[in-house]
Design a protein around this ligand. Structure first.
Ligand code: ASP
Ligand code: MG
Length: 606
């Protein structure tokens, strides 16, 4: 090709079909038809396919009949066959429709991963072979969920990992849109199987979706949303059985959004508490280093302010990960000098998510009111700017979700909510050499460390004060009382932390803007009179650090690096609160500037 030849850049579209959308020959044909339609509209089409129907589950069961402890390498070898079957059939179906198609395994594409079998992370993806096949007129049919490590061992990305493959391919191929075809209408305000009035949303931001996905909305693999956010991939989740437009997952829309976008829940949570940890620098670092090296995803990490020199830290893990987590925690707890480790099972987490709560007061109060009205006791609370999560008894999970969905009137679309649509249009314009080069550079830069942790910002807020209410009865309605009192005074509460009750007494801490502290204390006085023995303490000057980014939950390594940086530098952690998209830490105000510089340096932010 001559250097001056004008090359057409054709828009790439990625279409991903989940297991139910390729369950049988008829469905495979339908899926193939969609790919062919897109191709005939002028797109370069990359199709990503999951294993058919329940294939992956069947293979898992089959392995279990042979051994209780299959080696992870062989599991990957086995599970990857499900997708290999689908891609071949899909390619044949495209051929029957009169277009060219070529199926590729993860290894054939060049999806390079690390060596963590059964939950591998993508290191890089080569685009060359796909580009060549596309320009030769093929539809590329890529096997989802799989890759290959540097020793040519087949790896898989964790259950549901085809979404991640699709989004990652869309990122490296600079795709205009990544369509995720599935057996639902789109993203709902909550699980429609549980709440019949759940409503499909038109558009949702990456952050909202991340909070929802990791919290159990179950629509998409959360790592795929991380990719989408990191590389600004527009995702559209849509039904494979109709022409429904589905839900666009894209950057946050301008203008008014609803206060709460959705209610998510995770039914089977277990809580681990380390009680009586020495309140000194380095303790959290020890704990997170251990959890991170064991690759145990932890959630809802909470540490409330220490009392009498001892801190209590709690976090949740998926109930079935409890034995594995406890192995690590027992050893670590001992070496850190914890007095006791306790666990609780039979818990569920219910969360509300929405950008609106950043600017509206009383959202927490409303959630707590609704729960109190149904006599649901809150055991643990964590928050982020756009999320409030509570841990409750599992028996009350469904009640809580129903009540909260109704309490925020999520069955109705907010009148002010703009109906934003994303229309995929094929771009077919000639491009200059310069823009070609820019495109190539961009792609190369996207290949580097696809899944390396991205901490997008570390910031410090010195304008918050802490309020701690201790010795409260461990009953439903307490949080309601407190936050209703605060909300009535128009105070915008930021971080709320409630760790598990000890001896039936609960402690709740939260932060308020510095200038609102005195008013908040006044507002609380009356509420607290009702609770005998309760006490309030406050700290006018705290340093609140926020580590924002993506994947803070699934990448336990972020926690490890944050706490190691603070611990190695003798900075004591007073309070912790986590969500999928941020980690908030309270330290003493006098150390805030130094901590900020250290963390920014650690994550390469200048
Ligand atoms: N087949 C794999 C699974 O079921 C990957 C996927 O469907 O995304 O987990
Ligand atoms: Mg599947």
């Amino acid at each position: 090709m001559s250097l001056f030849e004008r090359v057409e850049i054709v828009a790439v579209i990625v279409q991903k079909f989940g297991g139910t959308s390729v369950a049988n020959a008829g469905k495979i044909r339908q899926a193939a038809q969609r790919a062919v339609d897109a191709k005939r509209k002028g797109y370069d089409v990359v199709v990503v396919v999951s294993a058919r129907g329940h294939k992956t589950d069947e293979l898992v069961d089959l392995a279990a009949e042979i051994t209780k402890t299959p080696r992870p390498r062989e599991m990957d070898m086995l599970l990857s066959t499900g997708e290999q079957e689908s891609v071949a059939l899909m390619a044949m179906a495209v051929h029957e429709l009169g277009e060219e198609a070529i199926s590729l395994t993860g290894a054939q594409i060049g999806v390079l991963t690390d060596t963590t079998h059964t939950k591998a992370r993508i290191v890089s993806i080569s685009t060359q072979r796909m580009r060549e096949l596309l320009s030769a007129g093929n539809i590329v049919i890529a096997a989802g969920f799989q890759g290959v490590d540097s020793n040519m061992n087949i790896t898989t990305l964790g259950r549901g990992g085809s979404d991640t493959t699709a989004t990652a391919l869309a990122a490296v191929m600079n795709a205009e849109l990544c369509e995720i075809y599935t057996d639902v209408e789109g993203v709902f305000t909550t699980d429609p199987r549980l709440v019949s009035s759940a409503r499909k949303v038109e558009r949702i931001s990456y952050d909202e979706m991340l909070e929802l996905a990791s919290l159990g909305a179950g629509v998409m693999h959360s790592r795929s949303i991380e990719f989408a956010k990191k590389y600004r991939v527009h995702l559209r989740v849509r039904p494979s059985y109709s022409d429904g437009p589905g839900t666009l997952i894209a950057p946050e829309a301008d203008g008014v959004t609803s206060i709460v976008s959705g209610v998510a829940f995770v039914r089977n949570e277990a809580l681990i508490s380390l009680v009586g940890l020495p309140d000194q620098p380095g303790v959290m670092s020890g704990l997170f280093t251990a959890l991170s090296s064991a690759k145990i995803p932890v959630d809802m990490v909470v540490q409330n302010v220490a009392r009498e020199g001892y801190a209590n830290v709690s976090f949740t893990v998926a109930e079935d990960e409890l034995p594995a987590a406890m192995k690590v925690v027992q050893v670590t707890a001992q070496s850190l000098g914890a007095q006791e480790v306790t666990t609780q099972t039979g818990l569920s987490k219910v969360s509300i998510v929405g950008h609106g709560m950043q600017s509206h007061t009383g959202v927490a109060a409303r959630m707590f009111q609704v729960l109190a009205k149904h006599s649901i006791n809150i055991k643990v609370v964590t928050t982020s700017e756009i999320k409030i999560s509570v841990l409750i008894d599992r028996e009350r999970c469904s009640d809580a979700v129903l009540a909260v969905h109704e309490g925020f009137e999520l069955h109705q679309a907010s009148a002010a909510l703009p109906q934003v649509g994303y229309v995929a249009t094929s771009r077919r314009n000639g491009a200059s050499d310069a823009s070609q080069a820019a495109v190539a550079d961009d792609i190369v830069s996207r290949l580097e460390g696809m899944e390396s942790i991205l901490v997008s910002d570390v910031s410090a807020d010195m304008n918050q004060s802490r309020v701690t209410l201790s010795n409260l009865p461990d009953e439903s309605g307490i949080a309601e009382d407190i936050f209703t009192a605060i909300a009535e005074g128009g105070v915008l509460v930021d971080m709320i932390v409630q760790n598990v009750a000890r001896d039936n007494r609960a402690t709740i801490s939260f932060t308020v803007p510095f200038g609102d502290l005195d008013r908040s204390l006044l507002l609380l006085r009356e509420a607290l009179e009702r609770y005998e023995g309760s006490a309030v303490t406050s700290d006018r000057h705290i340093g609140m650090l926020t580590i924002a980014g993506i994947g803070l939950r699934s990448h336990t390594d972020v926690g490890r690096r944050v706490f190691r940086t603070l611990g190695d530098n003798g900075i004591n952690v007073q309070m912790i609160n986590t969500s999928e998209i941020k980690l908030s830490i309270v330290i003493s105000a006098s150390e805030c500037d130094r901590a900020l510089q250290l963390l920014r340096a650690e994550f390469g932010l200048t």
